[in-house]
Ligand binder design. Structure first.
Ligand code: ADP
Length: 439
């Protein structure tokens, strides 16, 4: 094929030759300009015919071959053919990619829902339809919170912290537990990932039941053993050599009883994740009881102070709140030497109600703090066992606080002491005289 320059030179030369022929023939007939005009008209007519053929071919490109014109038109046609081929190639690749994407998302074991900035459904895969009961086309454009009305999910959306998934229980389309997580992307769009965690939840329930049943079964024989050990230890006829082993056995039996008590309490707290209601609790009275309990310990820090900065009540379940706060105060007393001090404090501000226990005890190295609420986690196992700790106290605290929508904050410096603070949300605080709040 000619180069572009050659083709244009050739077209120009052809036009000049046509004009010259017209001029010569016109001159022979004594009308040179008429001859030029005729030559130009013929050239134009020929160009129009070629243009008409190209136009026809463009309209019937899929069924007809391109016209063989050569020259500049030939170049134009081959450019069109090339562009067309390239477009078809990209289109086919795009269609193939889309097909693969559709097939792979359909095969995903997880549900995927694309939401726009208003949280309206843009698209969802087959698994999302199955798990969340979404109807193809009908539910497109609807807001996800109008379709998933479970309170846990509503709270999750309101909180706006999507770092972790939330587990919801659904009764339709079938009884199941779903883990849902929002993943923000683009400009306000979000991806909702849904996973069926019913199996894991069932296994978790089996584990919970097992621990609860085992603890329950162990309680009766242990009560009998403890009873006999107590009688034995008080028997004046007991051989002096046996005194110390029997006392140690009594101590260990008491520890086992404490562990079983805490295990049963944890199982009960774990039964549901539901938030508890409760009644307004008089914090000053509760803290006075906690102080008396600490002072009743055989060994306790010299000073146990109580500071009540607000007479607002805490709304919660009394038995649970008492158990959680008692665990914190008990730990402060356990891990603080007799010459140290412990202070309990209750105050209210715009962020809610706060209960803090500060001690001047042994403190906790920072690397242990994130794991303290794990079951049986102990910073110093030897010391903890010696103090009679079950290793479950802070796990109980965490569960109780969760059920009250509260959070635990731990600050500690080894060798100087620790502060454990429970932050309760404002809806858990009942101001004694509402008029004071607004007045
Ligand atoms: P335990 O029954 O062993 O005290 P907890 O769950 O109550 O179990 O506490 C977990 C661990 O956290 C304890 O073993 C202890 O090492 C550490 N800990 C808890 N409270 C304090 C505190 N006030 N000062 C120092 N260490 C503490």
């Amino acid at each position: 094929m000619r180069t572009a320059a050659q083709a244009w030179w050739f077209a120009a030369a052809r036009l000049i030759v046509a004009v010259l022929i017209g001029l010569i023939l016109g001159a022979l007939l004594h009308s040179p300009w008429a001859g030029v005009a005729c030559a130009l008209a013929a050239y134009l007519a020929w160009q129009l015919i070629v243009l008409a053929r190209v136009d026809w071919w463009l309209h019937h490109r899929s069924v007809s071959e391109p016209p063989e014109t050569g020259g500049v038109w030939g170049r134009v046609i081959s450019q069109i053919v090339r562009l067309h081929r390239r477009k078809r190639f990209h289109k086919e690749r795009f269609v193939q990619l889309m097909r693969q994407l559709r097939l792979s998302t359909a095969a995903l074991p997880n549900g995927v829902v694309i939401l726009d900035a208003q949280r309206e459904i843009v698209w969802f895969n087959r698994m999302a339809g199955r798990l969340l009961g979404l109807r193809p086309t009908v539910d497109l454009g609807l807001r996800i919170e109008n379709l998933l009305r479970e309170p846990q999910f509503t709270r999750y959306l309101a909180k706006g912290d999507f770092a972790n998934p939330v587990v919801i229980r659904r009764s339709s389309p079938k009884e199941s537990y779903l883990s849902l997580q929002l993943v923000p992307y683009g400009e306000g769009e979000q991806l909702l990932l849904a996973t069926d965690v019913s199996r894991q939840m069932r296994l978790e329930a089996v584990r919970r039941d097992f621990v609860a049943n085992a603890s329950h079964e162990l309680r009766s024989p242990l009560t009998v053993i403890s009873g006999y050990l107590e009688t034995l230890s008080q028997d004046p006829a007991l051989d002096a050599e046996l005194g110390s082993p029997v006392a140690e056995m009594r101590r260990q039996a008491q520890r086992m009883t404490a562990i079983i008590h805490d295990l049963l309490e944890l199982s009960r707290l774990e039964e549901t994740d539901e938030r508890v209601g409760g009644e307004p609790l008089d914090m000053a009275a509760l803290m006075a009881i906690l102080r008396k309990d600490v002072l009743a310990r055989p060994s306790h820090p010299r000073e146990v102070r109580v500071r009540v900065d607000s007479d607002a009540a805490l709304v919660g379940k009394e038995s649970e709140i008492h158990s959680a706060l008692a665990n914190l105060v008990d730990n402060a007393a356990k891990y603080t030497p007799p010459e140290g001090s412990v202070e309990m404090c209750w105050w209210v501000d715009a962020e809610g109600g706060h209960f803090a226990v500060t001690d001047t005890g042994i403190g906790i190295p920072p690397e242990h703090i994130p794991r303290l609420t794990e079951r049986f986690y102990r910073v110093d196992p030897g010391r903890s066992r010696a103090t009679g700790g079950s290793g479950l106290g802070l796990a109980i605290v965490k569960h109780v606080l969760q059920r009250h929508g509260a959070e635990l904050e731990v600050q500690s410096t080894p060798g100087q002491g620790s502060t454990f603070t429970c932050h309760f949300p404002p809806e858990r605080v009942r101001i004694a005289d509402e008029s004071l709040l607004h007045g």
